[in-house]
Design a protein. Sequence first.
Length: 100
Amino acid sequence: MKITSNLIPEFEKLFRQKLQLNNCRLRKKRQENNYEIITPAKDIFLMYWSEFPEINLIYQPIGVRTYQTEVYERAIRSHISFCISSLQENPTSESPLLVT
């Protein structure tokens, strides 16, 4: 699937809104398409992609991985899926998704 770069800011805005529901913070890293997600429990996940919307999410082993870490990871993955699906179903006229 090919997309225009205009969808990335839309994805980021929607994803930030979804993360706020779980009191998580999204911080953009210096490298392009790299983000850090910090949970209230101080767990850190790295989110990145080479070709959007194929997004990778990796847990940073800072401390002990707990049940709460798994709950946050499931929620974050769910938010990513929701945001991508939302953009695919409701593309704006300025930035349509092109399926190849």
